[in-house]
Design a binder for this molecule. Structure first.
Ligand code: 2AM
Length: 206
């Protein structure tokens, strides 16, 4: 099954983002983008791809441990950005060090559970809002609108394991469906940056 670890923003923050995307949807050219839908909005910590079901018990144990080590931390949705000429996203602000550590711990947890993770890329926290169908779409008006976006702060309190089911219908533009498999509370006491998979340990593990 196709899995990833994520932080799911609370309903209030998703509603705020919904107001912004309502504005974005009205901009010229919006129909040339494929928009992600609110139930699918998430911040990926670690993308695992296809994971053998046999690995799940060990993966759960290790993700629980990653959550146990990490203290709750503040985050807010913030601004916007793009990957290449096609992917439009909103970013985050707040305790980005703790977010990055949680991402590294989730990555290390998966590797140690036996998941063949891709090469470790620089972690860029983002929530994908839309993807352009071609390189010709001008993303600037959307980025301009997102520029001033500041979502309300929340306390990240959970690490979530999500299953992604890719569309099988062949209908163009159909989105994957996401299902929460499990979630673990962040329980670290704080000041935990020396505990566990800090700075690059994820790259060495496995
Ligand atoms: P994206 O939003 O930038 O596409 C589920 O696919 C989640 O995992 C998405 O948030 C996706 O990021 C992220 N992800 C990271 N690496 C991926 C990969 N190689 N293939 C698919 N999704 C990936």
């Amino acid at each position: 099954m196709r899995l990833f670890a994520a932080v799911l923003p609370p309903a209030e923050q998703l509603a705020e983002l919904g107001h912004v995307t309502d504005l974005l949807h009205r901009l010229p050219g919006a129909d040339r983008l494929r928009w992600t839908s609110r139930p699918a909005w998430h911040l990926t910590l670690a993308f695992m791809g296809e994971v053998d079901e046999e690995l799940l018990p060990e993966l759960r144990v290790r993700l629980a441990r990653a959550a146990h080590r990490t203290p709750p931390f503040p985050l807010r949705l913030h601004g916007g950005g793009h990957f290449g000429r096609r992917a439009l996203w909103t970013g985050v602000a707040g305790d980005l060090d703790e977010l990055r550590l949680l991402a590294e711990r989730a990555d290390a947890a998966a590797r140690r559970a036996g998941v063949a993770m891709e090469e470790h890329r620089r972690y860029q926290a983002h929530l994908t809002l839309a993807r352009a169908r071609t390189d010709e779409t001008d993303l600037r008006p959307f980025l301009d609108e997102l520029h001033a976006f500041e979502g309300g702060r929340w306390q990240v309190a959970e690490l979530t394991l999500v299953r992604s089911r890719l569309p099988v219908s062949g209908v163009p533009g159909e989105q994957p469906r996401y299902e929460t498999l499990d979630a673990w509370p962040l329980e670290g006491a704080g000041g935990g940056r020396s505990a566990g998979a800090g700075g690059g340990a994820a790259g060495r593990a496995g």
